[in-house]
Design a protein around this ligand. Sequence first.
Ligand code: ADP
Ligand code: MG
Length: 366
Amino acid sequence: MSSATTSCWTTSAAETARIAPRRTGAAWLLPFVFLLAACAPEPEVWRFEGATMGTTWHVTLVDPPAGLAREAAAAGVEGALERVNAQMSTYRADSEVSRFNRAAPGEWFAVSADTAAVVATALEVHQGSGGAFDITVGPLVDLWGFGAGSKATDRVPSDAEVAAAAARVGSDALRVRADPPALFKSADREIDLSAIAKGFGVDRAALWLEGNGVANYMVEVGGEVRTRGRNPQGEKWRIGIEAPELLQQGHAIAAVALSGESVATSGDYRNYFEAGGRHYSHTIDPATARPVEHALASVTVVAPDCKSADALATAIDVLGPDKGLAFAERENLAVYLLVRAGAGFESRHSPAFAPFLGTAAAKETP
Ligand code: ADP
Ligand code: MG
């Protein structure tokens, strides 16, 4: 009896663990799924992965619909991600965003409905965060050595250089319209969708799957995740939040349990440089035109869609632990913070985050 029970169960941990190299985009959400295969019929599980937007992506499907071929599902996800990259990458000179960045101010510039929707969300988060989230920070991102147009020099720019770049920053000069979709700038501005486009790519891939009848999935691009339905063991999807200092071991400090929601993380310990004993993050505070300086190591946001989760995580990363948590509570956002405290970290979360905080072993009640 006991041997029968034992042979019916197999366990394998850490389905995916990625360590993204410095300067290639953060990915410290660690999707981990504990596979417990009981005697019940095993669900069909498909896994796909690849590279996009300077980082990696992973997709898991459970019990895909009968009419969907494996190759078609992989091609659908890849196609959705490629489309977003072609629309929004500043690493591609021919993307809509790169062409808008080169266009003269003062005229409406036609873009896809997708790009207009992403910019509309970016402007909403800009307003909501009191300007902390600003997709026009590109000149400062480049100046500090983190952008598509910059080399990683690990050099602290002069005050005059910072002032000159800051003069070209400000989302107040941007407008967006949905019909027909177009962008407008009233002054010299470039947009950088790095802090929101990965999340939107996740949404697009997820919506392709939903449109093709997939009821259970986890889509992840560079640490930003969207879920639906159940994981291979019939439970909610569990996404680990990495502990900054234990990065090399892929150690998760906490887990969120999701079914139908998205999660995104921003932080300052993946993509940074050090000079003169100081730590310079790739997140720029538009108010100071300098990399953020506070004790917040990472912020994780759960939201209905991944585009919003991604943008809000960056916004709160700019605001810092105190203003960021106050913003989350005011807006009823589900937010989890890891704050540096002495030699370690302290976690804080908003009330709306509590329902998602689970342990890896927690069982779901139907
Ligand atoms: P990651 O790319 O590491 O997942 P984020 O989603 O937080 O992290 O995006 C960080 C990127 O966003 C930076 O590399 C930069 O291109 C851009 N960025 C930096 N500061 C801001 C800001 N205040 N508002 C919007 N985008 C920003
Ligand atoms: Mg972001």
